[in-house]
Design a protein around this ligand. Structure first.
Ligand code: ADP
Ligand code: MG
Length: 339
């Protein structure tokens, strides 16, 4: 008799969750990205015990239709693409339709949501992938997710969680990054009933930097604006005086998505080469707009990695964007004039 079986849906969702849901911070990232895709202008995240026992994400986005609230928890269920053709040119943060299925398979999730054209909304509770309750609910327009007891049914995963304060730190880091990439949205993080971050959502990146990193940092920032046929780059470059000994102060966005990329960090290093000592890394927030067809975001389930069709062009644009900003403050030598 054959030995191979097809795994049941819950098991395969739990396996898939291993790729997307590593810790409470990844739950927050996925939920907040969904809130952004829903067009929210206000997003509040409340956590308790480092997000391990409790995460609540409240948004004022478009909400979900009654007919969609259950299917949203299915794997590969998404409203953001229709076919593989749409994978070229993605402008939403989500598209894989995996996050809700994954999160709900390893926790207890409550969803309350309403669209603007309905007088009432919906409530759903899913525990370990099983729907336990669905009903109508009175609620404001928008969506609220509550995620409790992460990894309650996957002890092997639970064991790898760190101290509450460490997990809370990861959450605040990812939320800060997302907030810096979306100055038009007001983000609030409440940890154990205390507000730790609150960004203005006034479209101004510098005041967003101020609300996250404080006055001393905001004061030492130089504006970056750059445009060529392929790229539009905006952001802030920190003066060498606020450089640090690691890269944690660098945030890079492609079309609004927070990413990590070696070519871009190399271009940043090159632009600061003459103004920073070795092993010092500048504060940089860089929003890069590029035709989405020229970048592949479907490289990894967490979508933090991207591939560019032309790495060299990206390098050059980032280098000049930062170099021009530093030049305007005369922080680097103008090589063209000197030679
Ligand atoms: P994806 O974001 O890749 O589409 P998810 O599993 O994260 O997949 O979400 C599934 C679907 O649920 C989304 O495509 C969207 O239609 C809906 N959804 C999830 N969160 C929200 C939200 N905060 N507001 C409105 N719709 C949402
Ligand atoms: Mg999503």
């Amino acid at each position: 008799m054959g030995q191979i079986v097809i795994l049941d849906e819950n098991t395969s969702n739990q396996i898939a969750a291993g790729e997307v849901v590593e810790n409470p911070a990844s739950v927050v990232k996925e939920l907040v990205e969904n809130s952004i895709d829903a067009g929210s202008t206000n997003i509040t995240v409340e956590i308790q015990k480092g997000g391990i026992t409790f995460i609540k994400v409240i948004d004022n986005g478009c909400g979900m239709e009654e007919d969609d609230v259950l299917i949203a928890f299915e794997r590969h269920a998404t409203s953001k693409i229709r076919s593989s053709n749409d994978l070229e040119g993605i402008l939403t943060l989500g598209f894989r339709g995996e996050a809700l299925a994954s999160i709900a398979s390893v926790s207890v999730v409550e969803l309350t949501t309403r669209t603007k054209d309905k007088p009432y909304g919906s409530y759903v509770r899913v525990k370990g992938g099983t729907v336990e309750e669905v009903r109508e609910a009175g609620c404001p327009v928008g969506t609220t997710f509550v995620v409790r007891d992460l990894f309650f049914n996957t002890p092997a995963r639970f064991k790898f969680l760190k101290k509450d304060s460490t997990e809370a730190g990861y959450i605040s880091d990812i939320l800060n990054r997302i907030a810096l990439g979306n100055p038009h949205i007001s983000f609030k993080l409440v940890n154990n009933k205390k507000t730790v971050v609150h960004t203005p959502g006034n479209k101004d990146l510098l005041s967003t930097i101020f609300s996250i990193y404080g006055r001393e940092t905001a004061k030492e920032c130089i504006k970056i604006t750059y445009k060529d046929e392929m790229f539009e780059i905006e952001g802030y470059a920190g003066k060498p005086s606020i450089a640090r000994s690691n890269r944690n102060w660098q945030s890079i966005y492609i079309n609004g998505r927070y990413i990590k990329n070696k070519t871009i960090t190399a271009a940043i290093d090159e632009a600061y080469k003459t103004s920073l000592m070795k092993n010092k890394f500048p504060f940089v927030v860089l929003n890069i707009k590029i035709n989405p067809v020229l970048v592949d975001v479907n490289v990894h389930p967490t979508k933090m990695e991207v591939r560019f069709t032309n790495e060299q062009d990206v390098f050059r644009a980032v280098y000049y964007a930062i170099n021009n900003a530093l030049l305007s403050e005369s922080l680097v030598k103008n090589i063209e004039i000197e030679s």
